[in-house]
Ligand binder design. Sequence first.
Ligand code: URA
Length: 239
Amino acid sequence: MALERLQKVIAEAGIASRRKAEKMIVAGRVRVDGQVITKLGTKVDSFSNITVDDEPIERASLHTFLFYKPRGVVSTASDDKGRKTVVDYFADIPYRLYPIGRLDYDTSGLLLMTNDGELANLLMHPKNKVAKVYVAKISGHLLPEEINKLTHGVEIDHYKTAPAKVKIIRSDKAKNTQIVQLTIHEGHYHQVKEMFKAVNHRVEKLARERYSFLDLHSLTSGQYRELSHAEVDRLKQVD
Ligand code: URA
């Protein structure tokens, strides 16, 4: 198990905010394996016995799952229209999981589910430009200047999208559709659909096939697997 800062572990156990946990440490209220620790930044592992005011703390166990979200499922914990939610797939898991970001009801693909708020905040923070790879079936065929626009940024709702990567996977002349892979580092609402709309193409089908270094390898729609500590640690290093 990775070593973690004492104040973080106390905060994750729900005892106090991280700042208050720091004050508790400095005030000599915290013991690790029986020893009073007053130095901030002291690292502990999952076997360390931690007490605050001589009361053992209940260590939070943090879990993150990689989920292959099916189409026709909402990315919230509950839905006022009674539709199936991503959380419904984790009924047997005894933690309160929530999605890191969202995929639309009609979008399938890779969605991370976690009870680790800090990881979720880290990955969703705009400054940490996590790469997300989507595959879209669009109406019509992209013209070179449209590819250029998507690559350099298009105007959506008063902002310009950051540089993106566009790769044509397949073109169907008869149906006048195209399969396009789009790599973006942002996560605005309906961003992929809006980007194609900005160059006059409609997204008919959308899937996310990659999130950072993770892909859906070996999973089928509706399945999930837990990430290893090594994978979570690698995610924390954000792209
Ligand atoms: N962009 C979209 O338009 N929809 C999604 O579900 C994800 C990204």
